[in-house]
Design a protein around this ligand. Structure first.
Ligand SMILES: [Cu+2]
Length: 126
């Protein structure tokens, strides 16, 4: 009797399933390579721009397209270009055009508190 119970316990122990070893995760490399081109599309949400690094050619017009994928209104402002604010309501896409001389600029969302929460990035013009 006692022996049978011991056997049963041993069998139960052996049947413990081997836990599957995770999924084969794709290496989600978060390359921070700037997106470049004369039309740059950036998605905005709480509280980040994606991508947060963009690159355009100097002294030629480029368009910034802001896609608001968040749940509140966001805008896009380049430091020094405050008159060209791109305001984007929820679910909308808004664009603005700029032409800048070479340099590194900061862009951000001008809604109160958003920049401080992470809605900013770097624009490289060269
Ligand atoms: Cu914002």
């Amino acid at each position: 009797m006692n022996n049978k119970i011991k056997m049963a316990a041993a069998v139960l122990t052996l049947t413990v399933a081997t836990v599957g070893c995770g999924g084969d995760e794709e290496s989600t490399e978060q390359t921070n390579a700037p997106v470049s081109g004369q039309t740059v599309t950036i998605s905005a949400k709480e509280f980040a721009f994606d991508p947060s690094a963009i690159e355009v050619a100097a002294d030629s017009q480029f368009t910034v397209e802001i896609v608001n994928v968040g749940v509140i209104e966001h805008d896009f402002v380049i430091t020094g270009q405050e008159s060209e604010k791109i305001t984007t309501p929820v679910g909308q896409t808004s664009t603005g055009s700029f032409s800048l001389s070479a340099g590194t600029y900061e862009f951000y969302c001008a809604v109160a508190g958003h920049k401080e929460s992470g809605m900013k990035g770097t624009l490289t013009v060269k």
